[in-house]
Design a protein around this ligand. Sequence first.
Ligand code: SF4
Length: 405
Amino acid sequence: MAVCTGCSLLCEDIEAALKTGAIEKAKNLCRKGQSHFKSLFAERSEIRVEGKEVSLDSAIEKSADILRNAKSLLLYGWSNSSLEAQRAGIELAKKLEAEIDDTSSFCQGLLLERVIKGQLPTCTLDDTRNFADVSLFWGSDPANSHPRHLSRFSYYPRGTKRQKGYEEDRTCILIDVRRSSTARLCPEYFRVLPGGDAEMIEAIKMVLEGKIPRFGDKKRIIELGTLLRKAEYGVIFPGLGLVYSLAQRMDLFESLVEKLNGISNYKVVPMVGHYNMRGFNQLLFDETGHINRVSFRKGVNHGQEYSVVAAAKKCDACLVIGSDPLSALPFGTAHSLAKSKLIAIDPHRSLTTDAAKVVIPSAIYGLEAGGTALRMDGIKIDFEPIVESTWPSDEEILKRIDEAI
Ligand code: SF4
């Protein structure tokens, strides 16, 4: 069996046979996983220093040289890499007194921090399958982002206490600004206006207190509150829609979960996208007490000023691993990063590798390299390579750079 690192569900039941340039046979791979496996054969990056093809040794030496001489250094990315590589990266950041940040800084960090610190109650996906009678997706679209979520854990499967599955035992609720692909599968769809999540939370809380809601479609919100109130074991899966809408008002969501837990039993599992973002956040938290945005200059420092957005403006060198910030981040941040001495470690060609001074191709974890990662619910998953690769893993590359420094 192979493990798919296509998303943070890290499905462990994949049977795949590969031949040169194609997937010959595959079982249990969703369409997103298929694309991930096919990426073995597409747009691989090449070793480059300032656009010229060089040996791996030269690229390692050049990277070590850039990192050693940087006055303000940022190490960024990490979410598509193994725990072992992330650990090596944190050690490197400590050694170089660098700033280190990951993609959570720009997405699910606000929620994950609360889960990791124990401020929001959480559970595993296996608990969801076995016990949950209500799954609430809020600002998330698992049908596209995590295509096997509903079938493996949250809606369709039979579980210890949920033997009748979705037909009788489970309710699937979606709160979103649009009728997404998931809305076609979830019978209970509730529309929220863009940016209206805070009002929606207030309205639900009023229903839970037995009052008439002041906001939104009162009849529908009373129906939603009644569904939530009836749950024996509810799990909320918040996505980026909710995070971006609430931003710094995440306390509101926390207060709703608290209220729901005064009535029933509710857990929260953030819909982490990248396959090992949770792993990096947990490792950095264990090391520093913070999940992202850390500077190791003269001890451990934490704050907004060490986020990728702020750090990009002042860093003169940046090592990017397991991420493509030049495509994903706002133009200003991408522009600043592109002006720095950029080192990109990535299995695939991207806008970031195209702009980088040094490009080091790496093996794809789960396909060409083994390691471990934390699933979106914090469960550790081991994976082995299923094909041979000539490329080193992220962990090997980081350790070689560390030695060269
Ligand atoms: S749901 Fe995610 S981990 Fe599972 S097969 Fe699809 S892409 Fe891979």
